[in-house]
Design a protein around this ligand. Sequence first.
Ligand code: BGC
Length: 366
Amino acid sequence: MKKGWRIISLMLVMVLFASMLAACTSGAGEVNVGIVLPTKDEPRWVQDEQRFKDALADSKYTTEILFSQGSSAKEKENVETLINKGIDVLIICPHDGDAAAAAVEAAKKEGITVISYDRLITNTDAVDYYVTFDSVAVGAAQGQYLIDNANGSNVPLYLYAGAASDNNAFLFFEGAWKVLQPKIADGTFKIANSSEAEALKDTADLTRDQMSKILGQVTTNWDPNEAKNKAQTHLTAASNDLKGEVVILAPNDGTARAIADVFATDGDITSYTVTGQDAEKASIQYVIDGKQSMTVFKDVRTLVTDAMGMAVTILDGGTPETTGSYNNGVVDVNAKQTDVIVVNQENVKAELIDSGYYEAGEFTGL
Ligand code: BGC
């Protein structure tokens, strides 16, 4: 009997100790850091989820990751769920930069620190920090790749862009236009699929409104199906002088593969150079196979480390370090920016396999 009591009280002490430990590690609320990502339908964001999970494995703080599935309403609901779980820091990549303002304003009201992740939340003062890749450099690298791989003059240039609801789509296009425009103006390239871009071919610095007009014609909405349909429409309408050897500005890997597949099956296209970004596994295989010319590798591990590093600094009562700022239409948001790497057939193995980002066994023909 006595022995039984001793065991029971020992167990009680253990339970008490365990719950004290749990309370310590999870702070005041159930969850310390809430993470909201735009959609599981694109490998890019599943990559981010995995890298967050890897980074969080031995964190002293608790986190929860929710996906918005391409819906601003779902995104707002996710933020509310996380607010109710007592988060102190919100890391959020918006589906739609403007529409996400309402969600982060609700978080701000509760004293939560808001970190915009990869995409900037626009036209609100309720964003504290921004962690991002150098998106203008992404577009410039894509444009430069097309220049470096074009032969002769009047080379048909097909332009495609991301979703106008994503601030990054403008930054990518701005970067690409900065390098492509002089080569359009001097006759190296001939725009094949945008009368708005053609009308602006002598304008070096485009305003946001001017870019909106071009995006209105050549957006993919980040949707491979839309990209495929647009490419088909453009090739059906193209005269013979817009075929042969062509170059294609595709904004990311998902749309690049869709567009490349269309161009590859047109008998009047003799060769194409097509850009991308994200180093998605499927596109790495396309690069190895010579079906996609390049991708811009954005090391998601760095972005995740920066975002979590900021969150931990804030939770520990400090002020995160930043390297610059981005204006979001209302305020200058302090930002930490990361560089990007151009990957093609020549360096794909060194940058993505030898670096340990992916495993060789995930690809064929390396
Ligand atoms: C991201 C890209 C991504 C695209 C579509 C952009 O905001 O920076 O990496 O491919 O959204 O999801």
